[in-house]
Design a protein around this ligand. Structure first.
Ligand SMILES: Cc1cc2nc3c(=O)[nH]c(=O)nc-3n(C[C@H](O)[C@H](O)[C@H](O)COP(=O)(O)OP(=O)(O)OC[C@H]3O[C@@H](n4cnc5c(N)ncnc54)[C@H](O)[C@@H]3O)c2cc1C
Length: 328
């Protein structure tokens, strides 16, 4: 058995049968030909909770490389190895003065996991600049290109979390980055910090790094996987009803529907900053569940279930877990 503790950001004790590092598509094909056990893919482990040990092999994605594939006066197309660290890629892009990824600075994890849940922050989701990806079909052992429409991107969602779940290993992702200014400054705290300053991709990324460092727990110091739940999206009439009972409930337009801040719902149920055994929620953000050091994965999972039940009882809303929970 091999310990997974150093390979995921909740840093709970969990074992797998064997850890296999994948550096290339060839490594993966070789593994698929010879494999004997079931397996799962792990990038940076920043969006998983091992509620149990994993009874199989874990493939650690370390496929590297950043390659400019095409360029004109407006921008460039760049193809990135899926095992590159997402934040390093963002810093590469802002370092070249390119627009499109700056608001997504400091999101942990790998490039290959970014399309999985269509990562997003500060008014941008990765599908804004996404062009295509290359994946290996794990059943057929063949390579396939997916263009944007085929990925069915949505809020923290994609084809790879639905029909495509566990069927593909994403090996490369391509983004179209712009040379033309396109700042997204809808968040007041970002805009106010930039007042009077020259607005560049690097400047925006710099402010976002500072805000995130202040707001979110550093997984190196306190185990967590960022937001544990998705913000629920409900019909307008349900949101209106909730507003009558809770006038301060934070609601945002989401097309014909309304998105409600999950952190606020959890906070209203009394969980913010709570310490429960070895787990709890982060003091500054109730949406982030933490490992206070010695938590078992199942303890965090059971705590998450208790939060989900409390929110359901109080507001009649079912929270969906954003984190990928690994259970037997
Ligand atoms: C402090 C903190 C802040 C965060 N902030 C944000 C945020 O602002 N916005 C946001 O959207 N997310 C955020 N997250 C969540 C997380 O960073 C992202 O979901 C990230 O994309 C996960 O990348 P990873 O490589 O760590 O994925 P992992 O946790 O390793 O894997 C996640 C899932 O994707 C699958 N997977 C991984 N790589 C591949 C691949 N190459 N091919 C196929 N399947 C694959 C895994 O099997 C697993 O199911 C945050 C997490 C933390 C800890």
């Amino acid at each position: 058995m091999t310990s997974l503790k150093p390979f995921h950001t909740f840093a709970t004790d969990a074992d797998c049968q064997q850890l296999v590092t994948i550096y290339s598509g060839q490594d993966l094909f070789r593994y698929l030909t010879d494999r004997e056990a079931s397996f799962m893919i792990l990038g940076g482990g920043s969006n998983v909770l091992f509620a149990d040990d994993f009874d199989g092999d874990v493939l650690l994605n370390r496929i590297k490389g950043i390659e400019v594939v095409d360029e004109d006066d407006n921008g460039l197309l760049v193809s990135v190895g899926s095992g590159e660290i997402w934040h390093n890629f963002v810093m590469w892009s802002v370092g070249h003065g390119l627009w499109g990824l700056e608001n997504l600075a400091l999101i942990p994890g790998t490039v290959g996991a970014a399309p999985m849940q269509n990562i997003g922050a500060y008014g941008i989701e990765q599908d804004k600049t996404f062009h295509s990806l290359e994946a290996i079909d794990l059943e057929e052992g063949t390579r396939r290109i997916f263009y944007k429409e085929e990925c069915e991107f949505g809020y923290r969602d994609s084809f790879f979390k639905k029909e495509g779940k566990n069927n593909y290993f994403i090996t490369k992702v391509s983004y179209l980055l712009s040379k033309l200014p396109d700042p997204v400054l809808g968040y007041a705290d970002v805009a106010s910090r930039l007042e009077g300053k020259k607005i560049t991709p690097k400047a925006i990324a710099g402010e976002i790094i500072e805000i995130r460092t202040h707001k979110l727990p550093d997984p190196e110091k306190i185990g967590n996987a960022g937001s544990f739940f998705k913000n629920p999206v409900v019909e307008k009439n349900i949101a209106d009803k909730l507003k009558e009972s809770y006038p301060t409930i934070p609601c945002y337009n989401a097309g014909d529907q309304v998105k409600i801040a999950a952190g606020w719902l959890i906070e209203q149920c009394g969980f913010k900053g709570q310490v429960k055994g070895n787990t709890g929620t982060y003091m500054n953000q109730a949406l982030v569940l933490v490992n206070h050091g010695q938590a078992r994965g199942n303890e965090i999972y059971q705590y998450a279930v208790s939060i989900r039940e409390a929110v359901q009882d109080k507001f009649g809303i079912e929270l969906e877990m954003e984190v990928n929970v690994i259970r037997k």
